[in-house]
Design a protein around this ligand. Structure first.
Ligand code: GDP
Length: 434
């Protein structure tokens, strides 16, 4: 989907506007335990059209001189977005910093919608006209805190959304490599592309960051490798910031069926790894844990088993994800990757027949009786798989509040033991039978 970036000097109200556009989504996802959300990247919806929103103000560039921060935020917006919402403030009027931002935006080809914030009361509205001097067209008065005028701004922004929608082909598997800088993503990509037959490289997608590559594996499966941009063209100062690289990873995750979470055998696991893996899990992507630079480890007995234990302990919720130890440098085990991606991609699309599923659930209940709460027992009537990517099961019950997390987890494990869901998250949704 198209991407909107919000830019503007500090304190003009970018975050308020971002939160308004994001609506309830942010608070919903933040409830998920173990996953902290960055408030810099989210989805919004306007007139039934989904889009992504980036708050460039949330990207921490505070180590840089003030003018550079403003400049880099504008550059990020130009690089990342299909449309830019440039936020200014009627209270302060047109400032020097606004002019600095306007000059950078003016030179790019990215369409800009000029929003003049804090126009809370009508007297201020006359001052809006001063903003024509920025040379970015009609200024739209808004009030982020009161939620006024945003609709007009989004209407205007939507006019500039690209027409092409990204159509995904069914048999194609879309995957991406995710991981901190220097874990070896680019090296792995080059090594993989070197071993497989590349059909098309650098397909331009709808969004400007997309530089995808298509290839066929020995087994004949077609793949589209989504470039976590910045791996091809790199070198900008802000690309080294953590939030920027997390944001880039999220955008790739959103388009991927399968995510290769790349870890560095030498450096171990960091918070950032867990964060992006958490996003992939929540997005319903199939996940493979790829431990790269395996050549750098001195192998003693059980080196691999011990490393796996460590990884498993750090990524408890990814117990379904296969783990593979590779080296981009020596190409060790790289030839196994396409088949592994294909396998978890198929598992993510698996549909199980309701009759078999219900047998599994009934057997599970027989082994481990449903929980009770204040004398009331959870009753399971019927289960059915409602979707794939990821496989999602609705379980009809007498009262969904009686389905505790631990019991849901138990049912998930029983389902996993009976069907081949390696590599893919599965979702279990209890629903009260009407
Ligand atoms: P990226 O930032 O994740 O794309 O990482 P790069 O692919 O640029 O790799 C970072 C550094 O690690 C480079 O110096 C690579 O040569 C090196 N590197 C990547 N993979 C391996 C590997 O499997 N073994 C060793 N020894 N070095 C590697």
């Amino acid at each position: 989907s198209p991407t909107i970036a919000i830019v503007g000097r500090p304190n003009v109200g970018k975050s308020t506007i971002f939160n308004r556009i994001a609506g309830e989504r942010i608070s919903i996802v933040e409830d998920t335990p173990g996953v902290t959300r960055d408030r810099i990247y989210t989805k919004g919806e306007w007139l039934n059209q989904e889009f992504n929103v980036i708050d460039t103000g949330g990207i921490d560039l505070s180590e840089e001189p003030f003018k550079d921060q403003i400049k880099h935020q504008a550059e990020i917006a130009i690089e990342e977005a299909d449309v830019i919402i440039f936020v200014t403030s009627v209270r302060e009027g047109v400032t020097e910093d606004d002019e600095l931002v306007a000059n950078i935006l003016y030179k790019s080809n990215t369409p800009v919608v000029l929003a003049v914030n804090k126009a809370d009361n009508p007297e201020l509205r006359n001052d809006i006209f001063d903003f024509y001097t920025l040379g970015l067209g009609e200024p739209f008065p808004i009030s982020g805190s009161h939620g006024i005028g945003l609709g007009d701004v989004l209407d205007e922004a939507a006019k500039h959304f690209p027409d092409k929608t990204y159509t995904q082909e069914d048999s194609m598997i879309y995957f991406s490599l995710i991981g901190r800088p220097n874990v070896g993503k680019s090296s792995l990509i080059n090594a993989m592309l070197g071993e497989n037959r590349v059909i098309v490289s650098e397909i331009e997608g709808t969004t400007r960051e997309a530089v995808d590559t298509r290839f066929v594996s020995a087994s004949g499966q077609e793949f589209t490798m989504i470039d976590t941009a910045g791996m091809r063209k790199r070198g900008k100062v802000y690309e080294k910031t953590e939030k920027y690289s997390v944001m880039r990873a999220m955008r790739a995750i959103e388009r991927s069926d399968v995510v290769l979470m790349v870890l560095d055998a030498k450096e171990g696991i960091r918070e950032q790894d867990k964060k992006v893996a958490g996003y992939a899990h929540e997005a319903g992507c199939a996940i493979i844990l790829v431990v790269n630079k395996w050549d750098l480890l001195e192998k003693k007995t059980n080196t691999m088993r011990k490393f796996e234990e460590k990884v498993r302990n750090e990524f408890l919720y990814l117990d379904y994800a296969p783990i593979i130890f590779v080296s981009a440098k020596t190409t060790q085990r790289l030839q196994q990757l396409p088949d592994l991606i294909e396998r978890v991609g198929l598992n993510q699309n698996l549909r199980v027949p309701s009759s078999v599923l219900n047998d599994v659930i009934m057997d599970a209940v027989a082994i481990n009786p449903t929980p009770t709460d204040k004398g009331r027992r959870l009753k399971i009537f019927y289960a059915t798989q409602v979707s794939v990517k990821p496989p999602t099961f609705v379980i009809f019950v007498n009262d969904e509040n009686l389905m505790h997390f631990s019991y849901s987890r138990f049912l998930e494990n029983q389902i996993r033991r009976s069907f081949e869901f390696e590599g893919t998250p599965i979702r279990i949704i209890p629903r009260k039978r009407k």
